[in-house]
Design a protein around this ligand. Sequence first.
Ligand SMILES: [Zn+2]
Ligand SMILES: [Zn+2]
Length: 173
Amino acid sequence: MKANRTRIISALVVIFLIIIGFIYTSSTGVTPHEEFHVHAAFQQFIGDERQSYANEQFMHVEPCTLDDHHNDSAKTPDEKAHLHDLNGEVVHVHDETATWNDFFTGLGVTLPENAIGYINGVEDNNFLDAPIENYDRLLIVDENTTDIDGKIYNLPSVEDIRSVENASESCGN
Ligand SMILES: [Zn+2]
Ligand SMILES: [Zn+2]
């Protein structure tokens, strides 16, 4: 009898621990389908003339909630990375695999053949193939552009990117 009772108590303890563990995991809010959402900045110059993307035609207006959770690989370039809220410098990245090429393809923009990219101040010959990382700052110029260092310096700062991240956006995180 005594052995039996001990067994029942141990079983109850185990069940109790499982319940506690379950409550703990669900309250931490870790779900396998957590939306990927990071931000980066860019500016493009042709010669010394800055190209503006702060225009309705370049904005992503579809609600991002349409991103379906069971078919991530089917995201279009435009869904992976895009602009919001008439801000033509801060890119919203909604997919880990998004590259700068996805971003410009989504915009419908073909960069000039002679475009030169600097990611976080470092020249990168393959910048279009680079995955867009959180708080990356990309400068695109060509061989006629002067004062590259000054233009890198004048890119939106990480602080600027953070303030967009914190602002409410039409995307509705
Ligand atoms: Zn965003
Ligand atoms: Zn978005």
